[in-house]
Write a protein that binds this ligand. Structure first.
Ligand code: MF3
Ligand code: CO
Length: 247
C-alpha cells in the first residue's frame, strides 16, 4: 500500500485532527484533582460523538476504551480506571479520531494541580523534543533524522528515550508503514516524501527507558517506576514543510 496521501486526503485527516485538537483543549480544563481517568474517557467519547467522529482506539486489536490514560510511571496504553487524579500527578491522554474514515492521532501530557519542578522539566523537554522531531519531517530528509533530533536533544539533558514504542504512518488505518523510532542516526532510513502522514510521539523517562507490561496485556510502565512523559502529533509532509494536522 502506498504511503503517499493526496492533498484532498490530507485535508480529510486535518478535519479529524481539528476535532481531536479541540477535544484536547477541553481536557486541559476538565482534568483536575479528583477527576477519574474513566470520567476523562467518557468525556472524550461524548465529545467525539457530538462532533460527528468516533474513537478509533475502542475495539482496536481488542483495546477496550476510547482513550489511553497513562498516569505517572505508565509510559503508554494505560486503561482508564476509577483512579482519582491527584495533585502532582501527570497523565498522558492518547486518542485516535475517526472522521468519515480518515484518522488523526494525538497524545498530550497534562499536569494535575501543581507538579514538581522535576516533572515540569520532563514535560517541557518532551514537548520540545516532539517539535524538534517534527522539524525534520521534510521532503528529502530521512526517517533517522527525526529520531536523531529527539535523542540528541533529550539524552544530554539526562532523559532516556523509550525504545519499545514508536511513531507510525497513519491514514485510513491507525498503524501504517513506516515505523518511526524516536532515536536514530542522521541520514539513515527511509527517504521522506511529499504526502507522507506520520505520527511523531516521543516518550521520555526520568530513569531507564526500559518498559514492562502489566498483566492486563496493555499497560506499559517504566521498569524503575520513575516518571514518563509523552506528546504526540499527526503531521503531513508537504512542499511547505511539515504540517501539524492535530494542532
Ligand atoms: N494512539 C496510539 C498510538 O500512538 C495507539 C494506541 S493503541 C490502541 O499509536 F490500541 F489503544 F489503540
Ligand atoms: Co496515539
Amino acid at each position: 500500500m502506498t504511503m503517499i496521501k493526496t492533498p484532498d486526503q490530507i485535508a480529510r485527516m486535518r478535519e479529524a485532527g481539528e476535532i481531536l485538537a479541540s477535544c484536547h483543549k477541553e481536557l486541559s480544563t476538565f482534568i483536575q484533582p479528583g477527576v477519574t481517568t474513566f470520567e476523562v474517557d467518557q468525556f472524550v467519547e461524548r465529545f467525539l460523538e457530538q462532533h460527528g467522529a468516533t474513537p478509533e482506539q475502542k475495539g482496536y486489536q481488542g483495546y477496550p476504551y476510547a482513550t489511553c490514560a497513562s498516569v505517572n510511571d505508565v509510559i503508554c496504553h494505560g486503561f482508564p480506571t476509577q483512579y482519582e487524579l491527584k495533585n502532582e500527578d501527570i497523565v498522558k491522554i492518547d486518542m485516535v479520531v475517526n472522521r468519515n474514515g480518515w484518522l488523526a492521532d494525538s497524545a498530550w501530557c497534562y499536569a494535575v494541580g501543581t507538579i514538581s519542578e522535576e516533572a515540569h522539566r520532563l514535560l517541557e523537554v518532551t514537548k520540545k523534543s516532539l517539535f524538534l522531531g517534527i522539524e525534520q519531517a521534510v521532503i528529502g530528509g530521512h526517517l533517522g533524522d527525526i529520531g536523531h533530533a529527539i535523542q540528541s536533544y533529550a539524552e544530554p539533558l539526562g532523559y532516556s528515550v523509550v525504545r519499545d514504542f514508536a511513531g507510525h504512518g497513519i491514514g485510513r488505518k491507525l498503524h501504517e508503514q513506516p515505523i518511526i523510532p524516536h532515536y536514530g542516526r542522521e541520514g539513515t532510513g527511509l527517504l521522506l516524501r511529499e504526502g507522507m502522514c506520520l505520527t511523531i510521539e516521543p516518550m521520555l523517562n526520568l530513569g531507564t527507558y526500559k518498559a514492562k507490561i502489566d498483566a492486563d496485556g496493555w499497560t506499559a510502565r517504566t521498569r524503575d517506576g520513575k516518571l514518563s512523559a509523552q506528546y504526540e502529533h499527526t503531521i503531513a509532509i508537504t512542499k511547505d514543510g511539515p504540517v501539524i494536522l492535530t494542532a
